[in-house]
Design a protein around this ligand. Structure first.
Ligand SMILES: Nc1ncnc2c1ncn2[C@@H]1O[C@H](COP(=O)(O)OP(=O)(O)O)[C@@H](O)[C@H]1O
Ligand SMILES: [Mg+2]
Length: 585
């Protein structure tokens, strides 16, 4: 993974060797089949030649029958090869899809972490589909036929050089037209895909805010914004369609003119006694066939450009894949968490959100983090859990920087409850055990009990098997948060980071949370709790105060909340607001 300002740098690299190697093999094979198909496609022209010049002149029925039979079998063979070629292309698409989709998906689900919108991530996810679909159209077959144009021209040339030159002229003209199509549509189609992306982004945010839009009655305005975005997109697409269809029609007309010109010139040459009648027809048929792939290619140019862009982008996406190969499997952390002079920047924009922060926590400790909104608490949580990379400094578990761990391995030792809990499409049990394919019921129940939700879950009709729907929408905010807490506690991770875990909790939830923090400490874990509620701070012995992206104070709780000299912090004087105000002074 190439990290630039905390994001993926998509550098135009090729597909991984193994995949591109296989691809090359398949392409060579299809090219060979295409060669045979194109040689066989001369059947029609040669048949004409033979009929006129042999069967008709000799008036021999057996010759006609033999020729017809031969032509028929050659046609059938060509058809068979054509079908085979199409099937290979479709299978090639399917193979690519099977191999590449999981790899690109791995990058896609990681993109939002680096500030890319969901629409952008989805767009990348669709690349493989676009390439696969293109391979099942006539477009690639036309592209494989194009290089064989000289074969037909040579055939025509052999009939008569003048006809050959005419065909060469036509071929050059049509090739020029193809290039022109490429030049005029490339930029426009890039603009169109940008417009499509911004429309998708708009639709995405509107969908996410459906409730708000309805409740406050701005659906009309939302639709109007969509309309503007949509119109821009449609205009660009229409422009491209106009261009490609005009060019395709133009090429078709040229082709027909050329075909007739070949007939005319052939007739002239015949009158002058330089050509047989059969040769006229044969030349005309061959010239039509030579140029047919050009029409087809031009008419498919839009999807060709899209497929080409997607293919290139798949290569880029895959280079962003992190190679886990050279990271060793480290032993589970059990001693400490050290934050050493870290600076955290925002993904994509690169602005500094947290600066030069250091702290150390030992096994069995809990840290309460308080601070005004926007002071960088959630940013810290994202860095501690390895979600956001650091610009400077280190976060170490038992001395090893987080980047030394394989992400999935590190994840086993981390419990994270983000500020906005969202659950995944699946059952409660699956969500708690993080979709472990061999879930451990005992551990699920321990985690649920620690988060204080076991009693609630068993009252549901389907208990732990209750399906949550996408993002856990079938539950209340507080219920979701508590399932998120159980997921964070599952399998006793060493470091538990809770970002405002009690924002949606009632008194009972609060109590469960305090107990959960205490139990993390008791089993020798480390807990970092971002909160404003005294109840959650009760279980922490150290408090960090964040201010404008910096650690303003780090001290034992007693010092921060002391009511006066010698007075120990008690539940009643745990007042974060007061502590914040004092730290401002
Ligand atoms: N993805 C992001 N990109 C850019 N800036 C961000 C991003 N997320 C948060 N910020 C900014 O970082 C600052 C700290 O945010 P955050 O850590 O969420 O604060 P807190 O959790 O303390 O309320 C805020 O000024 C916020 O605007
Ligand atoms: Mg926050």
């Amino acid at each position: 993974m190439i990290v630039r300002r905390g994001g993926y740098e998509m550098s135009g690299k090729q597909l991984p060797g193994e995949i591109s190697g296989r691809l090359k093999g398949a392409v060579c094979f299809i090219f060979l089949i295409s060669a045979v198909v194109n040689i066989l496609a001369l059947t029609g022209a040669i048949y004409m030649l033979q009929i006129y010049d042999r069967a008709l002149t000799s008036q021999s029925l057996p010759t006609l029958a033999a020729l017809t039979l031969l032509a028929l079998s050659l046609y059938l063979f060509q058809g068979l090869l054509d079908v085979t070629r199409a099937q290979i292309l479709v299978r090639l698409g399917a193979r690519l899809d099977e191999r590449l989709s999981p790899l690109t998906h791995k990058v896609v689900i990681d993109m939002p972490r680096f500030g890319h919108s969901l629409a952008e991530a989805r767009e990348r996810g669709r690349d493989v589909d676009i390439v696969r679909n293109f391979l099942s159209t006539q477009g690639p077959q036309a592209l494989f036929d194009l290089p064989f144009m000289p074969l037909y021209i040579a055939f025509i040339y052999l009939l008569h050089p003048w006809l050959g030159w005419l065909a060469i002229g036509g071929a050059l003209l049509l090739t020029g037209l193809t290039l022109l199509t490429e030049i005029v549509t490339r930029k426009r189609s890039f603009a169109a895909s940008r417009a499509e992306l911004s429309r998708a982004k708009l639709a995405e945010t509107q969908l996410k805010n459906a409730d708000v839009i309805h409740a406050m009655g701005f659906a009309g305005r939302a639709v109007a914004r969509y309309e503007i975005s949509n119109a821009a997109q449609v205009k660009l697409q229409t422009g491209i369609n106009d261009l490609t269809s005009s060019f395709a029609s133009l090429s078709k007309v040229f082709r027909m003119i050329l075909q007739s010109a070949v007939l005319g010139l052939g007739a002239y040459l015949t009158i002058k006694g330089e050509l047989s009648a059969g040769a006229i027809i044969a030349a005309s048929v061959a010239s039509a066939r030579a140029l047919a792939p050009v029409d087809l290619a031009i008419s498919q140019w839009k999807s060709l450009i899209a497929a080409r862009r997607s293919y290139k982008r798949i290569g880029e996406t895959l280079t962003a894949l992190k190679t886990d190969k050279d990271t060793l499997k480290l032993p589970p952390p059990e001693h400490n968490l050290r934050v050493e002079a870290i600076t955290i920047t925002a993904p994509l924009t690169g602005s500094v959100l947290v600066k030069d922060m250091s702290l150390e926590l030992k096994a069995g400790q809990a840290l309460g983090v308080i601070g005004h909104t926007g002071s960088g608490k959630s940013t810290l949580a994202r860095a501690l859990t390895g979600v956001w990379p650091l610009l400077k400094g280190h976060i170490r578990l038992d001395g090893a920087d987080l980047s030394q761990w394989q992400p999935d391995e590190l994840g086993k030792h981390i419990g994270y409850l983000p500020q906005e809990t969202s659950l995944l499409d699946g059952s409660i049990a699956e969500n708690i055990c993080r979709f472990d394919p061999t879930p451990n019921s005992e551990k699920i129940i321990i985690a649920a009990k620690a988060a204080g939700i076991h009693d609630m879950v068993v009252t549901f009709k389907n208990g732990y098997q209750t399906e949550l729907g996408s993002e856990g929408t079938s539950l209340s905010g507080g219920q979701r948060q508590r399932i998120g807490l159980a997921r964070a506690l599952y399998d006793d991770p060493f470091l538990v980071v809770l970002d405002e875990p009690n924002s949606n909790l009632d008194h009972a939830g609060d109590l469960a949370l305090t107990k959960a923090i205490s139990s993390v400490k008791a089993r020798g874990g480390i807990c970092v709790v971002i909160t404003h509620r005294p109840s959650a701070l009760a279980a922490c012995e150290t408090i960090a105060i964040m201010k404008a992206g910096q650690l303003a104070r780090l001290a034992p709780k007693d010092q921060i909340f002391q009511g006066g000299p010698g007075i120990k912090a008690s539940h009643s004087n745990l007042q974060p607001e007061k502590a914040l105000a004092t730290s401002e002074a």
